[in-house]
Design a protein around this ligand. Sequence first.
Ligand SMILES: N[C@@H](CCC(=O)N[C@@H](CS)C(=O)NCC(=O)O)C(=O)O
Length: 208
Amino acid sequence: MLTLYGGDRSPFVRRVAYWLNLQGRAYQRRPVDLWVRDFETIRDRNPLSRVPILVLEDGTSLIETFSIIDYLEESADAAQRLLPAGGSARRAVLHDLALASGTAEKVVALIYETERRPADKVWSDWQQRLTAQAGAGLAALERVVPTEGLHGGARPNGADCALAALHALLLTVKAADFLADVPRLTAFGARIAAEPAFVLPEFVTSGA
Ligand SMILES: N[C@@H](CCC(=O)N[C@@H](CS)C(=O)NCC(=O)O)C(=O)O
């Protein structure tokens, strides 16, 4: 069986988990503590001690969300794929997926800056830069988040996975109230949380 390493606070782990669910793939989940307990032991799966890691049935470890998604798309039947096969339709979904993923990267960096660093070592200029980048990403996403239904229309697509993962992350941020400025994403997040594939009950709620 496939094994997904990482906890539900990580928007990258979440994106992979949603993708697996939507493709109907069986997998087990392994939350990790990257800060203390598993920092060294996880290195034989990813030398960077980073999640997500997807371990295949033959023991191969896949790292980096985009590479994991590439594998899931490439190895799925056409009907299970969450990205259009090619052309402008594929580029459009990948654009919105990348924007949501890049925004999540900035929010994660802000969380590291404000929650991981000792308070007397927080660099406020950097914090402001990250907040501005995340805010600009969110403002751009507000223009592409659907006002009703899903990004993928009748069926969730890869951009829905990235948007849902970003929304879930924003619910946990202490440093800034991003959700106040993104009503469309907020409504979308509430809608998509009702979809069975987007419910991750086994995940721990606080880990990376
Ligand atoms: N570009 C990577 C980012 C993964 C990432 O930053 N994961 C975080 C958890 S949200 C992590 O493992 N952080 C620990 C670290 O970077 O030291 C991907 O998409 O897989």
